[in-house]
Design a protein around this ligand. Sequence first.
Ligand SMILES: C[S@@+](CC[C@H](N)C(=O)[O-])C[C@H]1O[C@@H](n2cnc3c(N)ncnc32)[C@H](O)[C@@H]1O
Length: 228
Amino acid sequence: MFTLDKVVPWGRSFEEYTAMFLLAEAEMAGRILGCGDGPAGFNAEATRRGARVVSCDPLYAFSNADIEARITATYEQVIDQTRQNQKEFVWEAITSVDELGKVRMAAMNAFLADYPAGLMEGRYVNAALPSLPFPTGDFDLALCSHLLFLYSQQLDEEFHHASLLELCRVAKEVRVFPLLALGGARSPYLEGSVEMLRTAGHNVSIQRVNYEFQRGACEMLRIQRADG
Ligand SMILES: C[S@@+](CC[C@H](N)C(=O)[O-])C[C@H]1O[C@@H](n2cnc3c(N)ncnc32)[C@H](O)[C@@H]1O
């Protein structure tokens, strides 16, 4: 069962999403799903700019106050862990652990400020892979940041395959970042997933992007649906 005490809420910014997923201005005009967006600032800022974004995550079963309390309770722990493992990250766009803390908190505060309105408008949906409550072809683009492949030790190959096919069902195009598991090696499920998606008839490519924070994580998986 998904419980809040197991979650370490940690959300990236709109700018990080555009870099991770090579999002072009024209692509922002489509209907976008952010799957596993958690407390990221992407939906809030994209909506402010006039984009149509829906985020889904089991985290959205919880109230604003509960999520905020969990962010406060885990923030120092995440920052301390990052400080201890600084060599695993590239300190260029974000130059220090202190700056990282500020960037992440700004993104999560943007989420928290937007969450009540977004819930009412149906922009934050309590839902979890591998089964999503959206009609087939509902979105032009689905983005999945720091969930699939990253958690290869927690989520097995069957989950990865079912989730990728589900994202392809609801969106014409799917982008997943990063392709590395925690620890920094390529996910053991990447190759098999690419093969499975190609066998299902989809166009699959691995593209280099303009973002690298976890050292070596600079590629995204891009899947264009066969009938997209
Ligand atoms: C590391 S966070 C990434 C948050 C955000 N995408 C970002 O990059 O800043 C992973 C997120 O995946 C969500 N998650 C966990 N299991 C999920 C599932 N089965 N389906 C969708 N989201 C899930 C968690 O609640 C969490 O918010």
